[in-house]
Design a protein around this ligand. Structure first.
Ligand code: ATP
Ligand code: MG
Length: 424
């Protein structure tokens, strides 16, 4: 029979590669919680309307990239393309915003139907933080500091740089949108259909275009920062002040708009020069209107999302092989005869109960001693416990320190336990 393949752009992570994932996920968990953020989990599938209403009908995400289905009862549902919408929905449904100003984090798969390439897959993973109920710039600053702490924890702080911008209020954006459309009017006839459509429905997206032609047209375009309302101007100024006081270098990029409609005021991205075209590792910003848009009371909010695949590409580029190893095996049972396998299994259970912290594995297929020792070596185990015909007969276990290459000792179970207890 023919083999069934995975879906394009949806990748497996096999045990040899899991090390970087575990390092990254552990670091995310510990750094996020050290800032007092609490984990929230919500479904991978939501009503399609949640995303079209929040991310925006005219965005690439909603108009082209969503996995949308009808379920058996004919309801329109979508795999989540991002997390903020679902997070806000969950907060409202569970009444988390009424009395508290929660700081939340989550991590998990997202789905977008995009052209797969390095750093871009159709199932990818994000780790995100969201802060609700805080209007002022200090929340934006805290999130940026949190991201930086994560880069430091992972040792990639020299691989990423921070860019910030402000999109102002909804009114600022409306005004600026019209200005940009007017500015592009004389150029329209020279542009391709897709760019013409973009300028018509979502002109801000033209600002971060990668096309050289459009970049050159943009040279004289009006800058959104020149049209900010007073409140947004103050907010942006204060944020820059705090970042400077904290010694966090940043660059103002007045062309950064982000691909989701719900942002206002601050937007920011952490970028890298080490990954080619997919250069944004983390993107975020303020979304003061979203809670209301999804049926709640007005509640300012700000958050960011990290692309975990891109983070891991960075780590892989930097590290030596040994960092990637996921193995923390202390001890492995080597069984020299088929009869000794269950003897090993039973003794392993006794050892685990006496030493709960031990990582102990039993080789369940009694292959040649040679190949088992090779496997033990590859597994990273520090000690081998060997059982064969003689050990089984005498109710003993042979002990070998794999790191020191010392000779074997034949011990009974109690002696083994006290020896391992000393070692771990
Ligand atoms: P890009 O411009 O690279 O498409 P985006 O603006 O669409 O990014 P966001 O929606 O802001 O991305 O998502 C936040 C982060 O999630 C991105 O900075 C990136 O690291 C990651 N990300 C987004 N889409 C993908 C994808 N298809 N594959 C892998 N990572 C992704
Ligand atoms: Mg995108």
């Amino acid at each position: 029979m023919s083999k069934i393949k995975s879906i394009r752009g949806m990748n497996d992570v096999i045990p040899q590669n899991i090390g970087f994932w575990q390092i990254t996920e552990n670091s995310i968990r510990s750094v996020f919680s050290s800032y007092g953020y609490e984990e929230i989990r919500f479904p991978l599938v939501e009503q399609t309307e949640l995303f079209s209403r929040s991310v925006g009908e005219s965005t690439d995400i909603v108009s082209k990239e969503m996995y949308t289905f009808e379920d058996k009862s004919g309801d329109g549902i979508s795999l989540r393309p991002e997390g903020t919408a679902g997070c806000v929905r969950a907060c409202l449904e569970n009444d988390l915003l009424r009395v508290d100003s929660p700081r939340l984090w989550y991590m998990g798969p997202m789905f977008r139907y995009e052209r797969p390439q390095k750093g871009r897959t159709r199932q990818f993973h994000q780790a995100s933080a969201e802060v609700f109920g805080i209007e002022d710039h200090n929340a934006d600053a805290e999130l940026i500091m949190l991201a930086l702490s994560l880069w430091q924890d992972l040792g990639i702080e020299n691989q990423v740089n921070l860019e910030i911008n402000s999109l102002g209020s909804v009114e600022t954006r409306k005004k600026y949108r019209n200005l940009l459309q007017d500015y592009f009017d004389p150029f329209l006839k020279d542009l391709d259909k897709d760019s013409q459509r973009k300028i018509k429905v979502n002109p801000l997206r033209i600002l971060d275009s990668k096309s050289e032609k459009i970049k050159s047209m943009l040279l004289e375009a009006p800058k959104i920062l020149d049209y900010l309302d007073e409140d947004s101007k103050g907010h942006f100024h204060n944020l820059m002040e705090v970042l400077s006081q904290a010694g966090i270098p940043f660059e103002v990029n007045h062309r950064m708009v982000r691909g989701l409609d719900y942002y206002n005021k601050t937007v920011f991205e952490w970028k890298t020069q080490d990954l080619g075209a997919q250069d944004t590792v983390c993107g975020g910003g303020r979304y003061d209107g979203l809670v209301e848009l999804l049926g709640g009371k007005r509640c300012p909010a700000v958050g960011f999302s990290i692309g975990i695949e891109r983070l891991i590409l960075l780590l892989e580029g930097l590290s030596k092989e040994e960092t990637a190893s996921s193995s923390n095996l202390d001890c492995i049972f080597i069984c020299l005869t088929p009869e000794s396998v269950s003897y090993a299994l039973l003794n392993a259970e006794k050892i685990r109960h006496k030493i709960p912290s031990i990582n102990l594995k039993v080789n369940l297929d009694a292959k040649s001693a040679n190949s088992q020792f090779k496997r033990a070596d590859k597994s990273g185990a520090k000690m081998a416990l060997i059982v064969g015909e003689d050990e089984l007969k005498d109710n003993m276990i042979s002990f070998k320190d794999l790191r020191r290459n010392s000779s074997q000792e034949i011990l009974n179970l109690d002696q083994i336990i006290s020896k391992l207890n000393k070692l771990f």
